[in-house]
Design a protein around this ligand. Structure first.
Ligand code: NAD
Length: 335
């Protein structure tokens, strides 16, 4: 098979990255997929055990801040395209250790851009696809949606580091003509989600009969999207998106945290044949996260209009699939 693109996927052993790597390996046998991941606490090669033997796939254990390694990779594999997902991704960790977020999310992104600047020739078939978050837009009140025109207004060290990385990608596009696309997506959920994040953490705690810590009054509102729908959007924008554009991706699926937690509790009671209301008793309101954004919600009409993307998995169906996956893969939760 002749290779048509050499695609470097960073962070491919993480939650969303593993879905992207799997999709690209299976759907594009003519692409060489090179997964570069530092295997931090959030990276797990087990996420890819079903595809790791595929001929069009290579895993490289390494750090995106390591410029020498990037140089070697580009020379050896003639990388033509990047899908950049490697990041520190947990807001609470960013509050405890902001510098690690600057190193990986800002410095790591700039190191990747630098190696592209050195190796890529103007006008050739190249793309730097940067995967980012809706959190860069800050917080909404009760009304309104984030569009691609919304000003950046990040509130946590995590969102500030992602906002900074988005700005660098755009700046390299303007200054050095690196072809890029950025997508900003809402909260993802689904299989292989690391169990420090709300949905898998609460499934784990319910299974273990441990308290379910809810920040503040539980009225924080997030838009949730099934991870396979995000992956499909990345695939579409990577192939058909307009270079130099941003696409917002979201589920049109807003949930107050407390309502989502009630849904999870009730579904878990049903699945484990417990009297209804059992798991809700584990809910414990805890002190708020500092700088906590009240509400995020995405206007995804641009990607729908231009690329024909819309979410395909209904939330209750997606949550049920997710619960079933975690119940079948309890090892993943360590319970
Ligand atoms: P994750 O934390 O599950 O995975 C991150 C991966 O990056 C891990 O495999 C980790 O080992 C790797 N990594 C971390 N630092 C690295 C470094 N210095 N060098 C190389 N690899 C490194 O994250 P995720 O939830 O899959 O998110 C992936 C991307 O999508 C991130 O850029 C994140 O900002 C973005 N995003 C996530 C969400 C979400 O809801 N999870 C929503 C929108 C955007």
């Amino acid at each position: 098979q002749e290779i048509t693109k050499h695609v470097l996927i960073t962070g491919g052993a993480g939650f969303i990255g593993s879905h992207v790597v799997r999709l690209f390996i299976q759907k594009y046998p003519d692409y060489k997929i090179i997964n570069l991941d530092a295997l931090t606490y959030a990276g797990n090669l087990e996420n890819l055990s079903d595809v790791e033997q595929q001929l069009n796939y290579t895993f490289i254990h390494g750090d995106i801040t390591d410029s020498q390694l990037l140089e070697e990779l580009f020379s050896k594999h003639a990388i033509s395209h990047i899908i950049h997902l490697a990041a520190e991704s947990h807001v609470d960790r960013s509050i405890a250790d902001p510098l690690q977020f600057v190193r990986t999310n800002v410095m790591g992104t700039v190191e990747l851009l630098e190696v592209c600047r050195k190796h890529w020739t103007l006008g050739a078939d190249h793309l730097f696809y940067h995967v980012s978050t809706d959190e860069v837009y800050g917080s909404l009140g009760e009304r309104g949606l984030f569009t691609e025109q919304t000003c950046y207004d990040p509130n946590s060290p995590y969102s500030a580091s992602k906002a900074s990385s988005d700005h660098f990608v755009r700046a390299y596009g303007e200054t050095y003509k690196i072809p890029y696309i950025i997508s900003n997506c809402s909260n993802n959920y689904g299989p292989y989600h690391f169990p420090e994040k709300l949905i898998p953490l609460f499934i784990k705690n319910i299974l273990e009969g441990k308290p379910l810590p809810v920040y503040g009054d539980g009225n924080y509102t997030r838009d949730w999207l099934y991870v396979a729908d995000h992956t499909r959007a990345i695939d579409l924008a990577f192939h058909n998106g307009r270079v130099g554009e941003t696409y917002n991706i979201g589920g049109h699926n807003e949930w107050k945290n407390i309502d989502l937690i009630h849904l999870l509790c009730d579904l878990m009671d049903k699945k484990s044949h417990k009297p209804s209301g059992t798991s809700r008793k584990l809910i414990k309101f805890v002190n708020d996260r500092p700088g906590h954004d009240f509400r995020y919600a995405i206007d995804a009409s641009k990607i729908q209009r231009e690329l024909g993307w819309k979410p395909s998995v209904d939330f209750e169906e997606g949550i049920e699939k997710t619960l079933d996956w975690f119940l079948d893969n309890r090892d993943y939760l360590g319970s």
